[in-house]
Design a protein around this ligand. Structure first.
Ligand SMILES: [Zn+2]
Length: 226
């Protein structure tokens, strides 16, 4: 594991912003033309920020994917890493973890000019190696408070029920813009925004702020590479 003092894995976000309780929207598995744009439309309508956990190989694939990532930033959302491919990295060597994380980080930087500070490994699976390599690259692992299981139950009512059940300050809501879930997820967005308003919550944009420091590191290299 990384040396003590490095906070490498987070579940909840900051509980308050300017004294108001906050929740955070996170969307995984994009960018996906035909799906991510629907989520972005819903966010734009309500002027709501979110964090997108993106897959590097998909970003690099098409101009349309790159345009979606740029639009995420332009709308005031932030972009984090979700891996180069959608693979479980928790059993990989440090070298393999480093290579995949570096590739997705570089791809995000190439397209946005900004470095991500969060990585959410696919399936939320991580190891000591992965968390250390993530920290070395200036990112922390950002998991989630509650899984909405929007991928398994594409029903806006069921998703909202799960969300309201776990609602609390610092709640990091996991949703998916990839996997062709955008149409359903887009229906949930205004309902979350209305719920937040009703409860006096803000939807935060500070879960995973991006940085212009492309060489940021929050941990030294591991002593040996395997
Ligand atoms: Zn995923």
């Amino acid at each position: 594991m990384p040396p003590p003092g490095f906070s490498t894995i987070a579940f909840d976000g900051p509980e308050t912003i300017n004294g108001k309780p906050a929740i955070y929207l996170t969307f995984d598995d994009g960018p996906e033309p035909g799906s991510t744009n629907l989520v972005l439309d819903a966010l734009a309508k309500t002027n709501t920020p979110a964090t997108f956990s993106t897959i590097g190989s998909i970003i690099s694939d098409t101009a349309a994917s790159k345009a979606l990532v740029k639009r995420e930033i332009a709308q005031g959302s932030t972009v984090g890493a979700h891996g180069w491919m959608h693979l479980d990295m928790s059993k990989w060597t440090r070298a393999a973890d480093r290579e995949a994380l570096t590739k997705v980080k570089n791809e995000i930087e190439k397209v946005t000019g900004l470095a991500p500070t969060c990585s959410r490994p696919p399936y939320g699976s991580y190891s000591g190696n992965l968390s250390w390599e993530t920290s070395h690259l200036g990112m922390r692992i950002q998991r989630w408070t509650g899984d909405t299981e929007d991928w398994a139950r594409p029903d806006p009512d069921a998703i909202m029920k799960t969300i309201t059940k776990s609602w609390k300050p610092g709640y990091v809501i996991l949703l998916h813009d990839g996997g062709n879930h955008g149409a359903v997820t887009a229906q949930v967005v205004p309902r979350i925004v209305a719920e937040a308003k009703k409860r006096g919550y803000v939807i935060g944009n500070n879960l995973c702020p991006m940085t212009t420091d492309l060489n940021l590191t929050t941990a030294p290299l591991p002593p040996t590479s395997s």
